[in-house]
Design a protein around this ligand. Structure first.
Ligand code: MN
Length: 398
């Protein structure tokens, strides 16, 4: 039996006019959802998610937890279809839940987007989830350092979210609950404003989870409050843990593929007073990067495009070679004809001009030339040659 002490706080922040973050502390399910997309959409998407997971109550495995998150995703997609004004809405989700099952209890964690779950132990603060964001992908690619990512102007771009597509990839873990461990679930409005060292200090020094959550939100506001801020803190106060516990607490991992960035979609700008704030600082959550099955990346797409261009150029060159040139020859029926092109790879010459000139009537030298074929680089010159064959001087040329 695992039991929890918990507390939460949320705030609109100092710049945005609405709070699109939602949280849930329905022991033993704890959720943070950061909605995005338009004036109303973000709020709806995060609210649907929290409602869907509240109904989840106790799940029996991380696969079941993933299933609940996917159901929440379906609900958002369906709602957006019913109400066009909500099109483009999406939300992150980060959930911690007790997994009631046969054998020792476990914690289940599921994550989509750039909200985070941290774990504070004696060893310090550890970010457990991996952000599904553009900057995280760039860091993973080695194109950006951690420090650069933390201040990157596009650090608000999310590469995975609920509500974007019928299918969603969910990262999930099963963990051993350990008494004394403290979990923090938060939206990016927290860690984009204050440093992780400061977050760790508060989590270590303020024992009451509710007070610690309020302290963190207040500090994020003091640091700028440029986005909605949501903090849920969950302490493990009882657990039937036996045997050695690994440092990372993890007993099972269901990680989806790394994000590929397929399409950047800027949703409709908010038509309210937020527009004023947006001038100084773009809305922190207004951009969603859509990833359909994340196997195709821009890099791959660019490579494919480059290869296609090279192939097309080669084809054009081949066509040019294959179709160029005119040859005057003796046709099968013994007359003279002009062929265009030459035998080259899959090209065969085609008859361009047929004549009634019988080769047999021509002088010996012309017959020999025609047997081999007389080549010209233009049709005009080939025609001129024909005129000469026909001409009154043809006979005398031999
Ligand atoms: Mn946010």
């Amino acid at each position: 039996m695992t039991s929890f002490a918990f507390g939460a706080a949320t705030d609109t922040g100092r710049i945005r006019s609405a709070n699109q973050d939602r949280y849930l502390t329905a022991d033993p399910v704890f959720v943070v959802a950061d909605g995005m997309g338009g004036h109303l959409g973000g709020e709806v998407a995060s609210a649907i998610t929290v409602e869907a997971l509240e109904e989840a109550e106790m799940v029996g495995s991380i696969d079941e937890l993933i299933g609940r998150v996917q159901e929440a995703n379906q609900s958002i997609v369906q709602r957006a279809r019913q109400r066009p004004e909500l099109k483009g809405m999406g939300t992150t989700v980060c959930v911690l839940a007790d997994i009631k099952r046969a054998g020792p209890n476990r914690l289940g964690i599921a994550n989509v987007g750039d909200s985070r779950l941290y774990r504070l132990t004696d060893g310090g603060l550890h970010q457990h989830t991996e952000d599904h964001s553009l900057v995280e992908a760039l860091v993973r690619d080695g194109r950006l350092s951690r420090a650069e990512a933390a201040v990157h102007p596009q650090r608000n771009i999310v590469t995975r979210a609920l509500g974007i597509d019928e299918k969603v990839l969910v990262d999930a873990w099963e963990l051993i609950p350990v008494v004394g461990d403290r979990y923090l679930i938060c939206s990016d409005g927290l860690f984009n404003e204050i440093h992780e060292n400061e977050i760790a200090d508060v989590l270590q020094s303020v024992s009451d989870p509710e007070a610690a959550a309020q302290d963190l939100v207040a500090r994020a506001n003091a640091a700028g409050g440029r986005d909605n801020i949501t903090v849920v803190i969950v302490d493990i106060v009882a657990a039937d843990t036996h045997g050695d516990v690994p440092e990372d607490r993890i007993t099972d991992t269901r990680k989806a593929l790394p994000d590929g960035v397929l399409k950047v979609e800027r949703s409709t700008p908010e038509e309210n007073s937020d527009a004023l704030a947006a001038d100084a600082d773009p809305d922190p959550d207004e951009i969603v990067v859509e990833t359909v099955p994340t196997v195709i990346t821009w890099r791959l797409a660019a490579m494919v495009a480059a290869v296609m261009i090279v192939l097309l150029v080669m084809l054009a060159v081949l066509l040019q070679i294959g179709r160029s040139g005119f040859t005057v020859v003796e046709a099968d029926d013994g007359t003279v004809e002009i062929l265009q092109g030459e035998s080259f790879l899959w090209f065969e010459p085609t008859t361009e001009v047929e004549t009634d000139i019988a080769v047999i009537d021509l002088p010996e030298s012309a017959r020999e030339d025609l047997a081999e074929g007389v080549e010209f680089d233009s049709l005009d010159r080939a025609n001129l040659y024909l005129e000469n064959l026909r001409g009154p001087n043809a006979d005398s040329e031999s």
